[in-house]
Design a protein around this ligand. Structure first.
Ligand SMILES: Cc1cc2nc3c(=O)[nH]c(=O)nc-3n(C[C@H](O)[C@H](O)[C@H](O)COP(=O)(O)OP(=O)(O)OC[C@H]3O[C@@H](n4cnc5c(N)ncnc54)[C@H](O)[C@@H]3O)c2cc1C
Ligand code: FES
Length: 354
């Protein structure tokens, strides 16, 4: 009987004009020696705007920790775009992502993914993970920010009846509250897990600007190890509240996962001609547009991950010129310096090794 390695050797001899890679992919669609892939095994509609996509990854993947995320590549008009998605499945089970339709890539994933489709993948990463010895936890989530926390809850709650977990989840209404039924079922089944669903449609926003709401919902919030994931303003308020409590030495730790970052220095700055040296392309770039977007729009294969300056997957050598950090407005340009293309824009002519 042939194993996959013998098949690969035979394919390399017999496959002209197809590349061995392509022939092997006919036998096993997740096979690729160059690019990790996964095949979609199930798609579950969660709300009108979101789906969970289960997939079977190929070689090169490793098991995820609850709360981690993976990069997913999707081809749009012949260009592969990478986005990061938290793995919503519990640790130790087949991976799944839960995607909400908010833009170009998520729309394709939510509206068009079918069983049998191939996803381009990068292995799980991230340090938004459960503590080694979880005792009393507070999870604060809003919208699609529930996804990494759902993986934590699914992993922890059924397996550790002594873990005391309070989840406060905010959504617009019942219909767009992802995992709502499952969360209530878990809370019924495991008394040490408490869920508070906060619907902004009826009650207005959950305010974290002061501790008042939190004290009312979860009086011992300061004694708990906290995790938060949701929109920028929600996380900024949570961070400020915990920082304030830390000054008074009253609160436990808060770990935050951000899905996107506000790039402040986007308007009004002068850009320049960007030369992508390896790809032999030149593009005029606006001074407010990340070089990652400039390259992708020009059809250049750009390395990327989080797209918000945290993962360093997009680091690229600057051969010459100056770039502006869109988070801080700082301009710099040492030849040979590695720049994060997702948060850097051209500040005059730029030459990149891409
Ligand atoms: C570590 C990490 C984990 C993530 N996990 C998930 C996840 O589990 N599920 C998920 O749906 N997304 C998740 N995201 C966001 C995801 O990577 C994409 O940014 C998102 O799907 C939008 O991509 P797009 O191409 O559809 O939209 P784009 O066309 O790139 O952007 C459209 C607009 O939507 C904004 N936006 C981005 N994300 C959100 C959001 N979640 N809610 C509202 N507006 C948003 C962008 O700022 C932009 O203005 C995660 C991001 C990171 C960095
Ligand atoms: S893509 Fe993550 S830092 Fe740039």
């Amino acid at each position: 009987m042939f194993n996959f390695r013998s098949l690969a050797r035979i394919a390399s001899v017999l496959t002209t004009p197809l590349a061995p890679e392509d022939v092997l992919a006919l036998f096993n669609p997740v096979y690729s020696s160059r690019q990790l892939r996964g095949v979609v095994t199930r798609v579950v509609q969660e709300t009108a705007q979101s789906v969970t996509i289960f997939f079977r990854p190929g070689r090169g993947w490793h098991a995820h920790l609850a709360g981690q995320w993976a990069r997913i590549g999707v081809e749009l008009n012949g260009v592969r775009h990478w986005r990061s998605y938290s793995l919503s499945a519990p640790a130790g089970q087949d991976p799944a992502i839960t995607v909400t339709d908010v833009g170009s890539v998520s729309r394709v994933l939510v509206r068009e993914t079918k069983v049998g489709d191939i996803l381009f993948l990068a292995p799980p990463q991230g340090d938004f993970v459960l503590p080694e010895h979880p005792r009393s936890l507070l999870m604060l989530t809003a919208g699609s920010g529930i996804t990494p926390v759902m993986s934590m809850i699914r992993t922890l709650v059924p397996g550790r009846p002594d873990a005391d977990v309070v989840l406060i989840h905010s959504s617009r209404g019942e219909d767009d509250s992802i995992f709502r039924e499952e969360l209530f079922e878990l809370a019924d089944q495991f008394p040490s897990f408490r869920v508070v669903q906060w619907q902004t449609g009826g009650r207005g926003r959950l305010s974290l600007a002061t501790p008042a709401e939190l004290e009312r919902i979860c009086p011992d919030w300061q004694d708990r190890t906290a995790y938060a994931c949701g929109p920028e303003s929600f996380l900024d308020d949570a961070e400020a509240l915990w920082n304030q409590a830390a000054q008074e030495a009253t609160a436990g730790s808060l770990t935050i996962e951000r899905f996107h970052a506000e790039l402040k220095g986007r308007d009004g700055s002068e850009g320049g001609l960007v030369i992508f040296e390896t790809s032999d392309r030149e593009v005029m770039a606006d001074g407010g547009v990340p070089l990652l977007d400039v390259g992708e729009d020009a059809g250049i294969l750009m390395p990327s991950g989080c797209r918000m300056g945290i993962c360093h997957s997009c680091l690229t050598p600057l051969l010459s010129g100056s770039v502006r950090d869109l988070r801080t407005g700082e301009v710099r340009g040492e030849p040979g310096e590695l720049i994060q293309t997702c948060v850097s824009a051209a500040a005059g002519p730029v030459n990149l090794k891409l």
